[in-house]
Design a protein. Structure first.
Length: 81
């Protein structure tokens, strides 16, 4: 039950929304495009292109958000796997 709730929270958030775009990416900062699938659909999705440093920051923001969610549930006495 908890893992479904956690999965729903993660799916609802946009991992790229919290990451501000830099004014000018460095020359060595390669642009990487990824296909982001839409939850609940086998067909829908979008192609997202960001600099490597932006993908790194997006991953860190997602990881930190997940850590805060787990800490919040643990503080409420919910068993976290």
């Amino acid at each position: 039950m908890f893992s479904l709730m956690l999965l729903a929270m993660l799916a609802a958030g946009d991992p790229t929304a919290a990451v501000p775009a830099p004014a000018k990416p460095a020359k060595e900062d390669k642009i990487i495009c990824r296909y982001i699938e839409t939850t609940g659909s086998r067909v829908a999705g979008e192609r997202v292109c960001m600099a490597k440093s932006q993908w790194t920051r997006a991953a860190q923001a997602t990881s930190e958000g997940l850590g805060r969610a787990i800490d919040s549930f643990s503080a409420q006495g919910v068993k976290v796997p």
